[in-house]
Design a protein around this ligand. Structure first.
Ligand code: GLV
Ligand code: MN
Ligand code: MN
Length: 415
């Protein structure tokens, strides 16, 4: 990549870079790139190469985050962070995460020969989706000094712990404490991300500025019943874990629908032993419950968990719930959001303000420093789905907005 890529080529460049990163998958034929997997390693290497091409000095931290740095004018200059993630959900779209990383790299490249009064770092986090381990934004939380040591003992579906996976990836967990940044030396964090909803498309806008990110609770649940012969045990004498779980899932949907602006999802449900002629002995399922209002979310979580307990009691099965995320709603920083709005105006883009229903690394980063997000229109609001789609023109609008926002922040620092 040549320095100072022409601004009208930015969208095309972004799309080519995202397509390049999308080649790295753990499952042939579809995009699945879980944290610390071989595909994550390959994608991290490819991201590092793109960063080097943009003139950045690249390093990798103890949780696998790829960091591309441009030094500031003086050693004590603060750092402006720009980033997103390169892990994905199972059977993912290609833009969720990589769009933000690539926009950051292209912005750094565009600003390569310009003086800035701060250092610039582009970050490619690895554990945003939290699909593999029971963590919560582990890689970005570490920058905020919020990494929880007990996460290292959490295991994936194959029983591999995060500690073991880090070692296999070539990372030393002993270095995690040193990832934490000094808030006094961190100017802020900007993240570009696909909207993952329909609001920008409905408003005929390429980009929008995020006001706040909804709070979220996540848990893993287990229901234990008794295995038995599907042909011989009379219906009234069964302790069927899956039938009980079906009632619980119906409750999750009913309660989530009734709560104001909330959503509640069971995204995973596995059955043991999983045989046609055996009464299910055990299920494991996940809960993902979100709302803009923390009190509404807390009440909904209570209603669902106590309802599941009551169902279990009535049916004579055991219910256990392990909560691994309780994340309050996160307001974005007004000054950084205003810089994105001014940046969009300078880039010739009209914007609106909108909340985020999805979680993002910006939630963790907001605990470290002022943080703000720019959303990019996606077709039909579709995301966490291989049909996820954006246009090159909109990607270009996002890069140009980001470049201008960095300039606005530079003007602010110079005074
Ligand atoms: C992250 O994509 C989330 O689940 O909000
Ligand atoms: Mn996602
Ligand atoms: Mn994402």
């Amino acid at each position: 990549m040549a320095g100072n890529v022409r601004m009208d080529e930015m969208g095309t460049r972004a799309m080519a870079m995202i397509a390049d990163l999308a080649r790295h998958t753990d499952e042939p034929g579809r995009l699945t790139r879980l944290y610390l997997s071989p595909a994550h390693a390959a994608c991290a290497d490819a991201t590092a190469a793109l960063m080097r091409d943009a003139g950045l000095t690249v390093s990798r931290d103890a949780l696998g985050t790829i960091v591309g740095r441009r030094e500031g004018p003086t050693p004590d200059a603060p750092t402006l962070l720009i980033g997103s993630h390169i892990d994905s959900v199972v059977n993912a779209g290609i833009y969720d995460g990589p769009l933000g990383v690539v926009c950051g790299i292209l912005a750094a490249d565009a600003l390569r020969r310009e003086d800035l009064p701060f250092a610039l770092e582009i970050l490619a986090f690895g554990d945003e989706e939290n699909v593999r381990f029971p963590t919560s934004l582990a890689s970005s939380s570490a920058l905020a000094g919020d990494f929880r040591p007990e996460w290292l003992d959490g295991a994936d579906a194959d029983g591999v712990t995060l500690r073991e996976a880090l070692h296999a990836f070539g990372c030393d967990p002993a270095g995690i404490g040193a990832i934490a940044r000094d808030p006094a030396r961190t100017l802020g964090y900007l993240e570009v991300h696909i909207e993952q909803g329909p609001v920008l498309e409905a408003g005929d806008l390429a980009v929008g500025v995020v006001t706040a990110i909804n709070g979220a609770t996540r848990a893993r649940c287990t229901v234990d019943g008794t295995a038995g012969h599907a042909g011989t045990v009379p219906m009234g004498m069964r302790r069927d874990a899956l039938a009980a779980t079906a009632e619980m899932i119906a409750l999750v949907e009913r309660a989530g629908t009734a709560a104001r602006d909330a959503v509640a999802t069971v995204g995973v449900c596995t059955v043991e032993p999983g045989a046609l002629n055996v009464i299910p002995a055990r299920t494991r399922f996940t809960l993902d419950i979100r709302a803009p209002d923390d009190a509404v979310r807390a009440a909904l979580v209570d209603e669902i968990v106590s309802g599941c307990r009551a169902i279990a009691e009535r049916r004579g099965v055991a219910f256990a719930e392990e909560r691994f995320m309780d994340q309050a709603a996160t307001a974005m920083d007004a000054r950084l959001a205003a810089a994105l709005e001014t940046g969009a105006a300078r880039a010739g883009e009209e914007t609106i303000r909108l909340p985020s229903g999805a979680g993002h690394d910006a939630v963790a980063m907001a605990r470290l420093c002022p943080s703000a997000m720019l959303f990019v229109r996606c077709e039909g609001g579709v995301s966490h789905n291989p049909a996820e789609k954006i246009t090159a023109a909109d990607a270009g609008a996002a890069v140009r907005t980001l470049v201008e926002a960095v300039r606005v922040l530079g003007e602010g620092v110079r005074g």
